[in-house]
Design a protein around this ligand. Structure first.
Ligand SMILES: [Zn+2]
Length: 381
């Protein structure tokens, strides 16, 4: 299945088993940087590492059996399907004991990862999804309009429109009153066409909820068309596409992706800056793993902001599921806590459970000086 929606992450994050552990497997399958043989070697190494790790783990018979079957199944998948896997990334989530198996095609390469844990390791997916925005690219001409959706590195045609606008050909005899009348007639047609295009854009927005609107049209049409857009769309009108007579899908995609990267980087810088400003004025924000976990445990976090690839060890209470940096005993329940490999991953899971937004900042950034993690709070500290 292609990875392309937050719903898939929610399903994976919500998958639970009372007494089994789960396997999460990520493979960098980017063939522009490595050949098929190198990928096959990485795959084998990952699998061997997994096997070695499994042997050293202290597990009940049922747990071990299920994980061993996961490994076998992934091994078989590698032999059969890896040679024909085209996506830049592969993710497999398995818990054979609970009859769970899901393979996802990823739009870009992840880091190679093999993880056994109490829950499925979805953090790379949340980070990946956060890199992309749903974009509507509108190509507007005086008789035509085409709408494309650009999302996760791909482009598809959403809709198109053709209107009957007479062309502006001036002929010898047109002068004075008659010429003006014809011009007005053409302008009315053009206005009508733009009006239709703006309404259709709003319909598509209601259906697809795109984040940014990129517009490609002649400079002279902008001042006529843009005021016709619904206020929601005016807010989202972000980029201007260059247009020429043979705008192919590929060209539009390339331009859109370049703009997306640029705007996304600007957005991340602004996000890190607004967190730092809030922290400095002692407003509704905290930083550092310890403080963030404390606020996350007590449902006070509104959105989590973290540096991509940041990971750290921690502990979790098996009873109340509170997360800690280093508590050996849960201060709330007084029971012994369990060690977790990546507390940042656990905090992302907790955030997803609590419907808290998770946002990423690509390092280096201002977040680095604040423990690589921060949170906006619902209430003032
Ligand atoms: Zn507890």
């Amino acid at each position: 299945m292609k990875f392309n929606s937050p719903g898939q992450i929610r399903t994976l994050a919500g998958f639970m088993s009372e007494n089994l552990l789960m396997t999460s497997f990520y493979l960098d399958n980017d063939k522009s940087r490595q050949n098929k043989k190198e990928i096959a070697v990485s795959f084998k190494n990952l699998l061997n590492d997994g096997r070695t790790r499994l042997e050293s783990m202290d597990l009940s018979k049922v747990r071990r059996e299920s994980l061993l079957q996961d490994l076998d199944k992934i091994g078989r998948f590698g032999a059969q399907s890896l040679p024909v896997w085209n996506a830049a990334g592969l993710a497999i989530f398995a818990c054979t004991g609970a009859r769970f198996w899901e393979e996802l095609a990823l739009p870009r390469a992840p880091r190679n990862h093999f993880i056994f844990d109490r829950s499925l390791y979805v953090r790379p997916l949340t980070s990946m999804l956060d890199e992309y925005r749903r974009i509507c690219a509108l190509l507007l001409d005086r008789q035509e309009a085409r709408w494309y959706e650009v999302f996760m590195g791909e482009i598809s045609l959403l809709d198109s429109l053709k209107s009957d606008v007479p062309s502006r050909v001036r002929e010898g005899g047109w002068q004075g009153y008659e010429s003006k009348r014809i011009e007005r007639h053409i302008d009315a047609h053009l206005h009508d066409h733009f009006k239709k295009a703006s309404l259709k854009t709003f319909d598509l927005f209601k259906k697809n909820q795109f984040y940014w609107l990129f517009l490609g049209c002649k400079e002279e049409y902008r001042s006529d068309f843009e005021p016709l857009l619904h206020p929601y769309l005016k807010e989202r009108l972000k980029g201007r596409l260059k247009t020429d007579s043979n705008n192919t899908k590929d060209k539009i995609l390339k331009q859109s992706l370049e703009m997306e990267r640029k705007f996304k980087a600007e957005e991340e810088t602004a996000l890190a800056q607004s967190l730092v400003s809030e922290l400095e004025k002692g407003g509704r924000a905290v930083s550092g793993m310890k403080e963030v976990l404390r606020k996350l445990n007590t449902w006070e976090v509104q959105s989590l902001v973290l540096s991509r690839n940041f990971a750290a060890e921690g502990t979790a209470c098996p009873k109340c599921h509170y997360l800690y940096v280093d508590e050996v005993r849960c201060p709330v329940c007084q029971v012994k806590t369990e060690k977790v490999q990546d507390i940042v991953h656990e905090s992302v899971h907790a955030a997803l459970d609590k419907k808290v937004q998770v946002r990423y900042v690509t390092p280096p950034s201002k977040l680095d000086r604040y423990g690589k993690i921060g949170a906006f709070l619902r209430y003032k500290v």
